[in-house]
Design a protein around this ligand. Sequence first.
Ligand code: MD3
Ligand code: FE
Length: 204
Amino acid sequence: AVERITEGALLLRAFVDASEAAQLMRDIATVLAQSPLRHMQTPGGFRMSVAMSNCGQYGWVTDRRGYRYQSLDPLSERDWPPMPASFLALAGRAAEAAGFAAFVPDACLVNRYEPGAKMSLHQDRNEIDMTQPIVSVSLGLPATFLFGGMERSDKAQRMRLDSGDVVVWGGPARLAFHGVDTVRQAEHPLTGACRYNLTFRRAR
Ligand code: MD3
Ligand code: FE
């Protein structure tokens, strides 16, 4: 089923089936064996509750110096791991279903939420070409996604994202404020006690 969240944003419920999800989890493990999850620091000096890693040509990082994309993993000082074929195929298929032809992401941020983790309202504005969509894939524990407006002070809509749900953000929605409410303790057969989110972007 496809739901329109707002102009430019489509929610593809249960877009990922169980066998594809299992393949994605194997490929996440391969990525994380090379570039482990870590709790990055915000420019203000706070430790993020979400643990992150990346794959693809560029990775999103934050530290005391700011938010940015870079081609080297600051932990390993090596390239990020390559984007697995399963990731590229899913991102392209989801973007196409939402009307974005030929989406080829050069960055994939892997977010892991343990119970208690959250992501405060923010905009994604480190990418160069804002006409390129962002594709996000949820796996494991459910979360309440917060979708605000174009101003930080706009009241946020809340929506539940379940394992297998995919959202494609483009057009006017691309610069909307968004976040994730605190993930609640539970167990999921795919991931155990956590939620993974893959966000596919065109950084450069
Ligand atoms: C709306 N991640 O990594 S994915 C992020 O569930 C991020 O981990 C959340 O926000 C997560 O930056 C939300 C959904 C999402 C991703 C990018 C967006 C929504 C977006 C960009 C613009 C508008
Ligand atoms: Fe975001």
